[in-house]
Design a protein around this ligand. Structure first.
Ligand code: HXC
Length: 498
């Protein structure tokens, strides 16, 4: 009979020295090395170290059954975690493996702490047959139960194929690494056989594809180490306790950043940076860059920030921007994180392709997410606030608590050029110099309607404020709202236009 120490030493060796060497030769870390990099030194408390596959005999051992699980601290904050071990049957998911994961999911629910899954697996363990499918089903079920209760984080550090991809997709934040992460439902070989299309694993399900196009990945990293560091930053940012109020720093007035000419782009992240205490953490940074979603702190308190990005597509909304924004708003609302919206939106991106792909259906998600949110919501209109973009992105009408506008704000049904060419069409057509008349009518319209004072006169915005006052006013509004009482509608749940 082996001693406890011998048994532990054996478990620490995962699938054996040769398998570990093979990984290192490929430049990959083991499941245990990943945990070490992720958590505070010495804080990992392992569970179920001696679990083996139920379907194997002792001559064919599966140490830990291909997954390491336990609790740990990250920046002093308790987390539950699992890390799949590719050295044991390719990290494939058998029933014991699945039950180790569901056990830490249950623990995360009890401890009300974030759960982090490091995914590196060949998918359902073929030998375990339907047991493996049952295991996935149980994990997905618990992913859904945990949604909105504790933050769920997935780090993809290897293959994540077939049904295995659905668990990360059910979590809140997905991290992927260039050249290492591969996530798809059916791989290149099957696609070639069935569809006759040829594509590499990287092109089909690599980190760039998921971060930029598919939108499955919220964070992109160049290395495993960088991804794990990013996870630590996120956990630290999401801590619900307030950080100490920062020492006063000199903030640039935001009108130095926003060009007077409404057609000139600028990077809205420069505005955000002047409004928050320190660094922001962007979510979905590479996906739908026409809208920025980020976490930051104002006077030490966590806030979710949504901001149109005039640098990309002039900040116009499209289907991907709608998905990104509405998902972020719902995350913030679930976890009681106040929302600050910075509006500079020319409306929706016009186009046949967008309409046919469901621009209306996707756009409706933004209205729904804001309208259903009960957290404190403060909106600042920076420049353009046209049409549906104005209404959906945290207007007073859709549920925001305080809406402020800068003097440069233009709140209107559409831009002055388009509006003038519609309502003064006859005058322009009848004039001798159509271009001159159009310019005059556009200027007239801008003066008359495209300013914040028409909306202010009707009480649709709460105040017009100077750019130099913005940070102070936002901070004080959020402080005022900290005890806001607002209950969701009493019903089982609504039907979000997904
Ligand atoms: C059992 C598996 C396995 C699996 C890999 N292994 N995948 N064992 N079940 N699903 C084993 C291999 O036999 C091998 O064992 C070891 O893991 C390492 O695998 P390699 O193939 O040598 O590694 P590599 O060349 O790096 O290729 C990795 C891979 C490939 C791309 C992941 O193994 C692969 O294609 N696996 C099958 C993927 C798959 O189709 N999974 C099922 C998806 S369906 P030895 O003993 O030789 O070291 C699914 C349905 C779930 O998941 C539905 C839920 C709703």
């Amino acid at each position: 009979m082996n001693t406890l120490k011998e048994k532990r030493d054996k478990a620490m060796m995962l699938g054996g020295e040769a398998a570990i060497d093979k990984r290192h030769a490929k430049g990959l870390l083991t499941a245990r090395e990943r945990i070490e990099l992720l958590v505070d030194k010495g804080s990992f408390h392992e569970l179920d170290m001696f679990v083996q596959s139920l379907s194997n005999d002792s001559s064919n051992e599966t140490p830990g059954d291909g997954v390491i699980t336990g609790t740990a601290k990250i920046c002093g904050h308790t987390v539950c975690l699992f890390s799949q071990d590719f050295t044991v049957l390719g990290g494939s998911l058998g029933i014991s493996h699945a039950h180790k994961i569901t056990k830490v999911q249950d623990l995360a629910m009890k401890l009300r702490c974030p759960i982090i899954g490091i995914n590196d697996s060949g998918g359902a363990r073929i030998q375990d047959g339907v047991d493996a499918l049952a295991g996935y089903g149980e994990i997905f079920f618990k992913n859904t139960q945990l949604s909105g209760v504790v933050p769920q984080i997935s780090v993809i550090l290897g293959p994540c194929a077939g049904g295995a991809a659905y668990s990360p997709a059910l979590t809140d934040f997905v991290f992927m690494v260039d050249g290492i992460s591969k996530m798809f439902l059916t791989g290149p070989a099957v696609i070639e056989t069935v569809m006759g299309e040829t594509i590499s694993q990287e092109e089909l399900g690599g980190a760039k594809v998921h971060a930029e196009k598919a939108g499955t990945a919220h964070f992109f990293a160049e290395s495993e180490k960088e991804a794990l560091e990013q996870v630590r930053n996120l956990i630290d940012m999401l801590k619900d306790e307030a950080k100490p109020k920062p020492a006063k720093r000199s903030h640039k007035s935001i009108d130095e950043i926003i060009p007077k000419d409404g057609k000139m782009p600028y990077d809205v992240r420069d505005v955000v940076t002047e409004l928050v205490d320190g660094e922001i953490l962007e979510v979905h940074k590479l996906f739908a860059p026409n809208i920025v979603c980020a976490f930051g702190r104002i006077d030490g308190k966590l806030v979710g920030i949504v901001a149109n990005q005039p640098y990309y597509l002039a900040g116009a909304l499209d289907a991907d921007a709608a998905d990104k924004c509405s998902r972020f708003v719902r995350y913030c609302d679930s976890f009681n994180i106040p929302i600050l919206t910075l509006m500079d939106v020319p409306g929706c991106l016009p186009g046949v392709d967008g309409e046919l792909r469901g621009a209306v259906r996707h756009g409706a998600k933004i209205f729904y997410a804001y309208a259903e949110a009960t957290v404190p919501m403060v909106t600042l209109i920076l420049r353009k606030a046209y049409g549906g973009g104005y209404v959906c992105l945290g207007s007073k009408h859709i549920g925001a608590d305080f809406v402020y506008a800068l003097p440069s704000a233009e709140i209107a049904v559409m831009g002055p050029e388009s509006a003038a060419s519609v309502i003064y069409r006859k005058e322009i057509a009848a004039s001798e110099d159509a271009e001159k008349t159009k310019a005059e009518k556009t200027a007239e319209y801008r003066k008359e309607y495209a300013n914040p004072y028409v909306a202010a006169a009707k009480g649709y915005i709460d105040d017009v404020i100077a750019p130099s006052e913005a940070r102070e006013r936002i901070a004080s509004a959020l402080d005022m709202l900290k005890d806001k009482q607002s209950q969701p509608v009493n019903r089982k749940h609504g039907v979000m236009p997904v």
